[in-house]
Write a protein that binds this ligand. Structure first.
Ligand code: GLC
Length: 556
C-alpha cells in the first residue's frame, strides 16, 4: 500500500464486524470471547480485511447484547480481560489489522453506577440530572411524560418506585427499560465520553463506531413528536446540537499522531441531513443503511448508489457499503424473498424464502459492493454465506426486540448464531469439542458451511470473498473515488435490469475496471476481448456472458 492510501486507510478499507459473543469461544463456556478472536486473527488476515469493528465487549448484563454498558473501561468477564483486549489490539495491528471499538453514548445499562446512584438519590437530585427523569402526567403522575415510541416498540418511559414503595418519577429510554438515556446537555456526560474515547484510543484503538449516533440529543422541553417534523425538528432524532458533540470528538480523534477515525451509526432517510454528520470536522464515515435496505432490484440499487455518491461528494467523505450487520436479516435470506428489501417493522416468522437464489444474489452483491468507491463492511459469517437462522426455539431467543413486539418480530438473534469453523465437533469448532453448548444453537447443517468445509473449495463463498478482497486490494482502480455508470457493455446497451459501471480514471483503458451485475432474467453478453478478473458464479466455469444474479469484474 502506498503511504497516501495508508494515511487515509478508512477511505477504502474493508472492515470486518466481529460480534464477540458469536465469533469464537476460546474457553468453551458457550460464549465467544477475546481468546477466541485472538486464535482466529490469522483467518481474518487471510480473508484480507484492513480493520475489525468489535460490537461492545464491555461489562454488561447483556440485556441488549452488550449495548447496555455498565462499565465502558472494562471488558465483560465472559469475554475476557482488559489485558487481553490490549494484547488483541496489538496482535491484530502486527498483522496489519486495525481495531475499531463500539462506543454507546445514547444510553447506559441500568446497572451502570450513574443510574444506580440516580435511583438511590431520588427526585430533584443532581444524580438524576444525568438522565431524563420526569414526573408523570395526569392524576398522581400515572401517565407517561410523552407518547414517544421506542425503537424497540412500545413506550419510552418506565416508572420508578420511591424508597417508601410509592410510585415515583419516570425515566426515558429510547430502547429497552434496562437502557436509560443519558442527558447530553449535562457536562458530566460530555466529559465522560471524551474520556472514554481517549481511554480506548490510548490503548491503540484506531477508531470508534458510534452507536445510535443521531439520537443522543433531546429537545429539553420533551414535546410530542410532530406529525411531519421538518429538518432538525424531531425531539429526539437528528437534533442540530449533535454536531457540536461530534466536532469535539473529532478534535479528540485528531489529537493523536495517527488520527483516530469516527464511524457513525446514523439511520436517517434524508441523505442531505445524513451527510451533515460527515463534514470535514465531524465524523469520517457513517453506515449507508439506505443501500442495505434496498431490494434486489437494479433500479432501486442504482438510485441508491447515485444518491449516496452525490450526497457524499460535497463533504469530501467516502461512502460506506454495508450488506448486513448484527441487527438485520442476513443477505442470503433477505435476497431469497419476494420482498427483498429490509425494514425492522416488516420482520415476521414464516416468510417464504428461496435460499439458493438468495445465496446467488448475496454472492453477486458482495462483488457489487466491493467494487463501489468507499469503505466496505463485512459482517462475520457473510463471508461463509450463512443464512438467517429462522427456527431458533422461542425459549432461546434473547433479543428484546422479539419480546417487546409481543412475539411478532423474530428479533435479531437469527443473524447472531455462533459461527461454524469445522465440519464436525460439538459446536462446529466455535468452541473446543465437548465444551458447553453455544449460547444460541447452530443448525445441524452448518458443518457444511464451516470455514473448514469451504476452505480450499474454489466454488465456496469463503473463497469468493478471499478472491474478491485480494483483487480489491491489488486494484489501484478501486482505491480512489473515480466511478461512472456505463450505458453500454461493449456494443450492447445496458438494460434496466443490469448495473454496469467503470472504476479508475479510465484515461488509460488498461487501468479501468468494469463491474457488471445482472439482476434480470436474460444473460448479458460480455464484450469481445473482456479480461475477466473474477465473477460470483462457479469459478470453474468460464464466462462469456453474465447469467442472472451474477456479478463480474473485468478489464475492457
Ligand atoms: C444500535 C445497535 C443495536 C442496539 C441499539 C441500541 O442500533 O446496532 O444492536 O440494539 O443500537 O443500543
Amino acid at each position: 500500500m502506498s503511504t497516501g492510501y495508508e494515511a487515509e486507510w478508512w477511505r477504502s478499507a474493508v472492515i470486518y464486524q466481529v460480534y464477540p459473543r458469536s465469533f469464537a469461544d476460546g474457553n468453551g463456556d458457550g460464549t465467544g470471547d477475546l481468546a477466541g478472536v485472538r486464535s482466529r486473527l490469522g483467518y481474518l488476515r487471510d480473508l484480507g480485511v484492513d480493520a475489525i469493528w468489535f460490537t461492545p465487549w464491555y461489562v454488561s448484563p447483556l440485556a441488549d447484547g452488550g449495548y447496555d454498558v455498565a462499565d465502558y473501561r472494562a471488558i465483560d468477564p465472559q469475554f475476557g480481560t482488559l489485558a487481553e483486549a490490549e494484547a488483541l489490539i496489538a496482535e491484530a495491528r502486527e498483522l496489519g489489522i486495525r481495531t475499531i471499538v463500539d462506543v454507546v453514548p445514547n444510553h447506559v445499562s441500568d446497572e451502570h453506577p450513574w443510574f444506580r446512584a440516580a435511583l438511590a438519590a431520588g427526585p430533584g437530585s443532581p444524580e438524576r440530572e444525568r438522565f431524563w427523569f420526569r414526573p408523570g402526567r395526569g392524576e398522581g403522575g400515572a401517565e407517561l411524560p410523552t407518547r414517544w415510541v421506542s425503537d424497540f416498540q412500545g413506550t419510552t418511559w418506565t416508572r420508578t418506585t420511591n424508597p417508601d414503595g410509592t410510585p415515583g418519577e419516570w425515566y426515558l429510554h429510547l430502547f429497552a427499560p434496562s437502557q436509560p438515556d443519558l442527558n447530553w446537555d449535562h457536562p458530566d456526560v460530555r466529559r465522560e465520553h471524551e474520556e472514554i474515547l481517549r481511554f480506548w484510543f490510548d490503548r491503540g484503538a484506531a477508531g470508534i463506531r458510534i452507536d445510535s449516533a443521531a439520537l443522543l440529543v433531546k429537545d429539553p422541553e420533551l414535546p410530542e413528536v410532530p406529525e411531519h417534523p421538518g429538518p432538525g425538528e424531531h425531539p429526539h432524532v437528528d437534533r442540530d446540537a449533535l454536531h457540536d458533540v461530534y466536532r469535539s470528538w473529532r478534535a479528540v480523534a485528531d489529537s493523536y499522531d495517527e488520527p483516530r477515525v469516527l464511524v457513525g451509526e446514523v439511520w436517517l432517510p434524508d441523505t442531505a441531513r445524513f451527510t451533515r454528520f460527515l463534514r470535514p470536522d465531524e465524523m469520517h464515515t457513517a453506515f449507508n443503511f439506505d443501500f442495505m435496505a434496498r431490494p434486489w432490484d437494479a433500479k432501486a440499487l442504482r438510485e441508491s448508489v447515485t444518491t449516496t455518491l452525490d450526497a457524499h461528494a460535497p463533504v469530501g467523505a467516502p461512502a460506506t457499503w454495508v450488506l448486513s450487520n448484527h441487527d438485520v436479516t442476513r443477505p442470503v435470506t433477505r435476497y431469497g424473498r419476494q420482498d427483498s428489501s429490509f425494514a425492522f417493522t416488516a420482520k415476521r416468522f414464516g416468510t417464504p424464502t428461496d435460499l439458493v437464489t438468495g445465496l446467488r444474489r448475496a454472492r453477486a452483491a458482495a462483488l457489487l459492493v466491493a467494487a463501489l468507491p468507499g469503505a466496505l463492511y463485512v459482517y462475520q459469517g457473510d463471508e461463509l454465506g450463512l443464512p438467517e437462522v429462522e427456527d431458533l426455539p422461542l425459549d432461546v431467543i434473547q433479543d428484546p426486540m422479539h419480546d417487546r413486539s409481543g412475539g411478532v418480530d423474530p428479533g435479531r438473534d437469527g443473524c447472531r448464531v455462533p459461527l461454524p469453523w469445522t465440519r464436525a465437533g460439538s459446536a462446529f469448532g466455535f468452541g473446543p469439542d465437548g465444551g458447553s453448548a453455544p449460547w444460541l444453537p447452530q443448525p445441524a447443517s452448518w458443518g457444511d458451511l464451516s470455514v473448514e468445509a469451504q476452505d480450499g473449495d474454489p466454488a465456496s463463498t469463503l473463497s469468493l470473498y478471499r478472491r474478491t478482497l485480494a483483487a480489491r486490494r491489488a486494484e489501484p482502480a478501486l482505491h480512489g473515488g473515480a466511478f461512472r455508470w456505463l450505458d453500454a457493455v461493449g456494443e450492447a446497451a445496458v438494460g434496466d435490469d443490469v448495473l454496469a459501471f467503470a472504476r479508475g480514471d479510465g484515461a488509460a483503458r488498461d487501468d479501468a475496471l468494469v463491474c457488471v451485475v445482472n439482476l434480470g432474467p436474460e444473460p448479458v453478453a460480455l464484450p469481445g476481448g473482456a479480461r475477466v478478473l473474477l465473477h460470483s458464479g462457479d469459478p470453474r466455469e468460464a464466462l462469456d456472458q453474465v447469467p442472472t444474479d451474477v456479478a463480474v469484474w473485468f478489464r475492457p
